[in-house]
Ligand binder design. Structure first.
Ligand SMILES: Cc1cc2nc3c(=O)[nH]c(=O)nc-3n(C[C@H](O)[C@H](O)[C@H](O)COP(=O)(O)OP(=O)(O)OC[C@H]3O[C@@H](n4cnc5c(N)ncnc54)[C@H](O)[C@@H]3O)c2cc1C
Length: 486
């Protein structure tokens, strides 16, 4: 007999878990506080412009494909996937590096910057590929229940890779600061500084240079739409504008949730909302982690974002553009070590309409500007505007064009919105970082230690931040529920 399962939230992890649990024969209902599904990956459509509010980099296409294959489907059944060529462009203070869509082009670009660098690059990426195979096929598929999960031949023989950092590994092989920044960029997705991230995570470099950067036509929200359709086809009931106010517990076992004052009886409750918030839905006695526990964790950054409709096509830009024309170290310090608004921020700009006409009206450009910042910073309109001026001036200078007079509209999103829209802890954007002390079994657990029948999923638990890990997190928790409860 299937169980009645209530899932809180409709981000990637919740939708993934909903699909696996419904396929296993359970009666699954999703309750989302916002009026659309997708969580941090929602969409903004305005005056013919389409913006992905959150994720924009489609990496690790194999993980998405595997997800849909598990249901007898393929990504092709739902959306058209295009490989971006070039993958992205990085603006430095004195040069621009373009990352092509295969290794030969990337090696050529590395040689242009530092003669002889393509040889160590090929070796570095070969090692990264090896790590990727182990990470994706072995490590991330562990539920983080016990340290013994990691006691495998593959991990033991690479144990040094967990104690060295990606930063030391990169610096050992490359001297040019621009190449170092290029190779340290992918691990920023894991939410911590490269000198705090184990070198095993160089598998992100393989995801970048080896597997490439892709774009689902219509934007990242196409994946959410696909997962929603799949979930509904499998019988999942999806309820938006349903804010969960309480997780009900009787005699140490969950009995359901309270939504808009109404009790929904459930055998199992699974929360894909931010872990810290999920625990506040429980009486104090049933929470596993104290406020000081959360306060001591390394959180991934928050972000200041601008969604802009431009009335013309922009020049000298690609689909993805990184502005690393200021000091990487100084900005990282202002995110992690001495949290404060950055003096000279690095930023990222996404123009999906450069490669996908469907994202903007004819002759226009859809622009998404992102500055990573420390969580919990003061967030005011004045600060947002001050930072907008800083980056737009730099953007105009680096790309040699006027854009300020071509803005049709601009919307912003920052710390306060992450809290009000998603109940995000301290307004984090990307969850809890993957540092050595916050990896695998050292992360908040998928299963509650205090309440029977209560589970968690998403970017604050295993395996960690990012869309592919969130898809995997949903599968891991669904497998754990099957193992424990059925
Ligand atoms: C700006 C930005 C850019 C990013 N870029 C990338 C990228 O390019 N590539 C990539 O791979 N990853 C990226 N990420 C990370 C990625 O988006 C996340 O890791 C992933 O979407 C997290 O999914 P989740 O299921 O853990 O949580 P969420 O998406 O946060 O979903 C949680 C859901 O729970 C809901 N909820 C909260 N409280 C309640 C409640 N009480 N009742 C009901 N519902 C509730 C929330 O509204 C939300 O919908 C980005 C994130 C952001 C914010």
């Amino acid at each position: 007999m299937g169980k009645t399962i209530s899932i809180i939230g409709s981000g990637f992890s919740s939708l993934s878990a909903a699909c696996y649990l419904a396929k296993a024969g359970h009666k699954v209902s999703v309750f989302e506080k916002n009026d659309t599904v997708g969580g941090r990956a929602r969409q903004l459509v305005r005056d013919g412009f389409t913006f992905d509010i959150g994720p924009s980099w489609y990496w690790m296409p194999d993980v998405f494909e595997k997800f849909f294959n598990d249901f007898g489907k393929s990504t092709n059944d739902y959306y058209q996937l295009d490989k971006l060529s070039p993958a992205y462009k990085i603006f430095f203070s004195d040069d621009v590096i373009t990352i092509g869509d295969h290794m030969d082009q990337i090696c050529e670009e590395f040689e242009r910057i530092e003669a002889g660098s393509s040889k160590p690059l090929r070796k570095f990426i070969a090692r990264a590929q090896n790590h990727y195979d182990i990470a994706i096929n072995k490590v991330v598929l562990k539920p983080g229940v016990s340290p013994f999960e990691l006691v495998t031949k593959e991990i033991i023989t690479r144990i040094d890779q967990f104690f060295k950092t990606i930063s030391s590994e990169v610096r050992k092989n490359f001297k040019n600061p621009k190449l170092i920044a290029t190779l340290e960029f992918p691990v920023l997705f894991l939410g911590a500084k490269p000198n705090q991230t184990p070198s095993f995570y160089s598998f992100m470099n393989y995801a970048d240079f080896g597997l490439g950067t892709w774009h689902p036509k219509g934007g990242m929200y196409e994946i959410i739409k696909a997962m929603k359709n799949l979930a509904e086809d499998l019988g999942v009931s999806i309820n938006t504008s349903n804010n969960v106010e309480k997780i009900k517990v009787e005699k140490g076992k969950t009995t359901g949730i309270e939504v808009n004052g109404k009790i929904i009886n459930s055998d199992i409750v699974l929360s894909g909302a931010d872990y810290h918030h999920s625990e506040t839905l429980l009486d104090k006695a049933y929470r596993q982690y104290s406020e000081s526990y959360w306060d001591k964790r390394t959180f991934a950054p928050s972000s200041l974002l601008f969604y802009i409709g431009f009335d013309k096509k922009l020049k000298n830009v690609e689909h993805h553009n990184l502005f690393f024309d200021t000091d990487f170290e100084a900005h990282a310090e202002e995110i992690y070590d001495k949290p404060q608004w950055p003096e000279n921020p690095l930023f990222y700009v996404n123009f999906p309409s450069v490669t996908d006409k469907s994202m903007a009206p004819d002759g226009c450009e859809t622009g998404f500007f992102l500055i990573p910042i420390a969580p919990d910073l003061e967030d005011t309109e004045e600060l947002r505007e001050q930072y907008f001026d800083i980056i737009i001036n730099r953007f105009e200078k680096k790309t040699a064009q006027n854009v300020k007079n071509h803005i049709l509209f601009k919307e912003s999103f920052c710390v306060k919105d992450f809290i009000s829209e998603y109940n995000s802890y301290k307004g984090n954007a990307y969850g809890m970082a993957n540092t050595l002390r916050q990896t695998a079994f050292l992360r908040p657990k998928l299963k509650s230690k205090k309440v029977d029948g209560l589970y968690f999923t998403g970017q604050l638990t295993v395996p960690g931040p990012g869309v592919p890990p969130s898809l995997i997190s949903g599968k891991l928790v669904a497998d754990l529920i099957e193992k424990n409860e059925v």
